[in-house]
Write a protein that binds this ligand. Structure first.
Ligand code: CIR
Length: 264
């Protein structure tokens, strides 16, 4: 059930995306190439069977293209989060009216900080990674809100130096995680089978399964091969430019199924 999606919301990249937050020292991304990568991403979502709505760009928020971070969505419910980067916290307020138009129930995190990139949904519940963006108070408040919609939550540690929990892992089947070596060794996935990304392809760990297809960065051929050997349908995606501002594939959309009721 957790890989079944029929709807997605994305936000057009703003020209200010060139000033997006980055932990890297290289050149900033080009707006034009980010826009191309984003258009390819929207096409991929549609070809995976999702109805995608594209919201207009928010120029005053350089990272607003990463719409996964200010909200969580499930079935007919949305949870507005409080993103942990000072330049991003206002994104949630801008998203609120859009979510109210589309979801019957909108809950709000009122305290602490939490980014959607730190939330990994599994068939057993939500793993919430503590990181520089998600603090213990925020994780606690989000756990309570998830409890209101019947999703149990478990708070885990994100490896030091990693932006988000999902920068280092993705669930690609009910019992199979794609992750970095440090997360594989951390014990948080002891009940899952694991595909560990090669050391040269750390960023491949942020993949995205949509229905029966897994989107993976095209610059990660070894990981693509490992997943195909597991029998998965993999669609390589261009992510080099958004990678310059620490992003991957899950962060550019909010995805849900209007049919979702219970986790299992
Ligand atoms: C940021 O630092 O917030 C953005 N430059 C990247 C956010 C990526 N989000 C995600 O992986 N969920």
């Amino acid at each position: 059930m957790i890989f079944q999606f029929n709807k997605a919301l994305v936000l057009e990249p703003s020209r200010s995306v060139t000033r997006g937050l980055s932990s890297q020292s290289g050149p900033p991304p080009s707006y034009e190439i980010v826009a191309q990568e984003h258009a390819d991403y929207v096409r991929a979502l549609r070809e995976c069977g999702l109805t995608v709505e594209v919201l207009p760009a928010l120029e005053e928020f350089p990272d607003s293209i990463f719409i996964e971070d200010p909200a969580l969505v499930w079935g007919n419910t949305a949870i507005l989060l409080r993103p942990g980067a000072p330049t991003r916290i206002g994104e949630a307020g801008r998203l609120e009216p859009q979510l109210r138009q589309r979801f019957q129930r909108v809950l709000k995190q009122e305290r602490g900080f939490a980014d959607g990139g730190d939330m990994l949904l599994t068939p057993e519940g939500m793993m919430i990674g503590l990181s520089n963006r998600t603090d213990r108070e925020g994780a606690g408040v989000v756990s309570e809100l998830l409890g209101e919609i019947g999703i149990p939550a478990k708070v885990v540690n994100t490896p030091a130096g990693t932006l988000h929990l999902k920068s280092d892992c993705s669930l690609v089947a009910d019992d199979l995680v794609l992750c970095t070596r440090s997360l594989a060794d951390s014990g948080i996935f002891k009940d899952f089978r694991k595909v560990v990304v090669p050391p040269t392809e750390q960023r491949a760990a942020n993949a995205l399964r949509l229905n029966n297809t897994i989107l993976v960065g095209e610059n990660f051929p070894l990981t693509i091969e490992l997943l195909r050997k597991e029998g998965h349908d993999v669609r390589p995606m261009k992510v080099r430019e958004i990678g310059k501002i620490d992003a991957g594939l899950s962060c550019m959309s909010l995805r849900w199924s209007t049919e979702a009721r219970r986790l299992q």
